[in-house]
Write a protein that binds this ligand. Sequence first.
Ligand code: PEP
Ligand code: MG
Length: 575
Amino acid sequence: MSDQVDNKEMHISGAAACPGIVIGNTSLYQRVRPNISDTQISDDEAEEHIRRFYEALGAAEEELRMLLENPDLEDTTPFIQTQIAILKDPELHDRVEQEISANNKPVDSAVESIFRNYLQIIQKNHGGTFQNKSVDISDIRDRLLQILHNKRDEIKEGTILVARELSPREIISFSNRNIKGLITDQGGTTSHAAIIARSMNIPTVVGTQKATKVINCDDEVVLDGRNGEVVVHPEKETRKKYRSLIDQQSQREADYKLLCKKPNKTSDGKPFSLQANVEFTEELSIANEYRAEGVGLLRTESIYLSGKGFKNIDRQVSFYTSILELTAPHSVTVRLFDVGGDKFFEDEHKEQNPFLGWRGIRMLLEQPELLKNQLRAIYKTSGNFEGRIRLLVPMVSTIDEVQKLKTIIKKVQQELISEGISIDEKVPIGLMVEVPSVALKADLFATNADFLSIGTNDLTQYVLAVDRGNERIANLYDQRHPAIWQLIKEVAEAGKRNNVPVSVCGELASDPIAACCLMGLGIDTLSMNSVVLPSVKQMLRSNSYPDMQQLAKKVLQAETLNDIDKLFSNWETKK
Ligand code: PEP
Ligand code: MG
């Protein structure tokens, strides 16, 4: 329900998660998890509720069959067929009927409780490997509940979407719906969802606290993703101001294209390399347009989270192949599945402290089939792209994990070779530096790796003990904190001592002044969201290496964030 009584211009603000200004009309997106009735029905009502159950089953099957007819969704056929089979399962029918007639539950409550029971049984029987099955089951449950409550999402193409919060999977699912912008009540700028929005170049404002309360469906809004501003019902003058900013934005984009053709060198000629953080092939058009020198971080979670095909090695091979083909002749750093943290999307998988939990390499080492399949797919691909693939390990916290992984890698390589498959045996194996233990023992980890890649998004949350997705403490989450710079310096020096290249792929690298400071610390390879490549390049090209070293020295001496903010703004104004 809206608090608003008239159409007066109103400003709300949140955190800027993806730059870009758009003006448009809104759609309200509700994660459709209707409230389940908690009443009891009388015996006389049971028949009607059973009839509604079968009606909902029929409607759900019809919807799924329509999806089957869509040639664009060919890949999802097995997934949809599994769901249709679940709908037709006589045991499901009997159990829901029983729940309604014997336990006097209303139809929605009966459906919810039988599916909850299924999910519990699967979890018990399959332990950690139940992800794929449970996705089918909870998807079909949600579809049935939506039908029973007559609540469907009403996203109109070309609109600006307003939601309480969005999961990475939801944002991925909007990719073919031409969404102009995103506004959420919750979430921080480095949550995985925000990163995905950025990588898809959708102007986004997160953490407004109240957007869904004050914005209605079809309201006109201006979304300014540069500074997290949203103007609801803009007046004529406001609209005019933003239209002119949109024109400037287009001009800037044209200038960027020219800039990107220039060499990657500081004003005094020191070379640097800028790469792209990528998750989908669709992102490569921006990365290539802005001349990224390859992919410094290929996030592979979407293969996993799409709930289909992650076991299918050929499908993975074709994904990696298309990324490599589209980025030739540069290298592609493929990160192993970093699932866990905020990268699960189903309630059933929630842990109390997911960011301190079962994620990344911890989870992979306990999922041998999943890990081996991904390694097989990566090494199979490597044979056709010799010298271009690098492998990156997420969420490492102990050397033991690295050694275990290397043993598994050796085995996978031997298996492939004995099957006559050609592979690149020299794929470099790198470690993410995102857990403080790794940064603190950087020499040790460097001697066990071919390269190190600093993930400042997680490193910051673990060093500062601030959940990166929690907007309530978003003011405490700042990657420019003096403690982070100190650790980055230690890692950069350990890399030099051990002759192991160090790069940064966390969001800190996308801040142009921070990029100068990283360069000043001797880190000359940075990987970032493609949208920010030109602004980082511009800043690096217009400053000299000695100035950057000087900046880094001062940053390391700074005691507070405030001091660092001042150094950065002085740097900005000295231009
Ligand atoms: C990081 O933690 O900095 C990083 C790049 O990984 P992700 O954001 O995917 O956790
Ligand atoms: Mg990380």
